[in-house]
Write a protein that binds this ligand. Sequence first.
Ligand code: MSP
Length: 505
Amino acid sequence: MNTFYITTPIYYVNDVPHIGHAYTTIAADILARHHRQLGEDVFFLTGTDEHGNPAARAAQKRGLTPSEHVDEMVLKFRELASKVNATNDFFIRTTDPEHCEAVQSFIQQLYDKGDIYLKSYSGLYCSSCETFYPEKDLLDGKCPDHGTVPELIEEENYFFRLSRYQQALLDFYDGHPDFVKPSTRFNEARSFIERGLDDVSISRATLKWGIPIPWDQKQVVYVWVDALLNYITALKYASPENLLPRYWPANYHLMAKDILKFHAVIWPALLMASGYELPHHLFIHGYLLMGGQKMSKTRGNVLDPFEVMDKYGVDAFRFYCFREVTFGQDGVISMEGFESRYNAELANELGNLVSRTVAMVSKYCDGVVPEPGEGDSSRFSALVQRLGIDSGAALANVELTGCLESIWHFVRTLNKHVEDSAPWNLAKDEANRTQLDGVLYELVEGLRICALLLHPYMPEKTVEILRRLGQGHGTDDLALENAEWGRARPGSIVVAGEPLFPKLV
Ligand code: MSP
């Protein structure tokens, strides 16, 4: 059986989660659900990055110890994962003792091998990014990502011989042109490596809140090394079985472009140094923007995902995120945009189509899904075959918006089919019986297929659609191999109900 291992970044817990965090988690969940529908053995990992400066400072501000602070904050991140309906197989915390031990043994191995050495260092440090910036990379002397002035830090640190891996990284990039997707990000990462790599500091001497360096307890492991390793350490203790041989290398690490460099340069070099295979792909998505700027806790322009989901429902939110902004690009989201898409597409085009279909089957067929009758089966069969190919290819390439677009095109085709065939007119004359049955079957069958394809995006509503259409909605029924024309069960009973997506006024 094919395996599919997908990860989100592990999120900082200096503050409560925002929509940006929900976004990546939902994207990973869509892919995880899709690969399960394909019958693959999926492992989906998310979690929290709990060490480092920002968490320690946030704790101090609140008059708590770092541990008290992170233990409290992690609850919000776990709650977010379950609120968005994420089907993650494990939730890693970098404060898990198993993770800490695994990190220590990983770096000990690099130290023993001579890939780590001690050196004095001074540099400009942005403690929100947890990274040193060369002066040339600052914008007006400020961090390009956070707009804050970095501090001058001088200390004796352990360094990882990143420079040693420059050529091996370039060779790897050249041999794996789809290692980083989309390709613009690949080029960005490759040219960064090409410009030359300096060794990187992998410990901090002034910070206490971290994993102690095993051979020098006065220093802690740099938070980024601690964090990146989660993708491997989690597999070692997520279950009693060591899952590493089963799932590593990861198929996809998902993230936004803010953390590309760590994943595209430092992570592969650390893996090479320790003899692990490299992940198959990194997929770098864009930023959700609010009022023209990246949403971030530091900037304070964040939307509370809990509020949005409580008000409009989880599935509508999941749908909107990937419908509104092309996955991979930056895009603006807003409550106005959300509401207009919700009404036009979810309430009218999808919800209403389900209601009308159920109502017509109730009225004209006593609630029983008719036999295919005399309809337009060959046209629909061809359309659905094309749709299956297009949507599958899009998701294989992590085009979450492209896939949704092709499904939505089909939703619109079904709406047009209702208008063009006007079942209410056909029903006026019993002579049109088989034609009427054909149209109603096509609507039920078309919607069943839409529900299967939309399932990763809207897991609850699609199951409800199948239930209303009298169709199977268990795990086996949801398998993508059933997204083939002609598998709807005639003779099953439709179920009327409240509007699936009540119109917002
Ligand atoms: N802890 C590190 C990641 C370590 S992974 C080994 C970190 N944490 S973070 O809390 O800042 O999360 C960054 C990630 O959250 C982004 O890469 C992205 O996945 C997601 N997003 C945060 N803000 C976002 C937007 N405004 N838009 C899109 N994604 C957003 O970096």
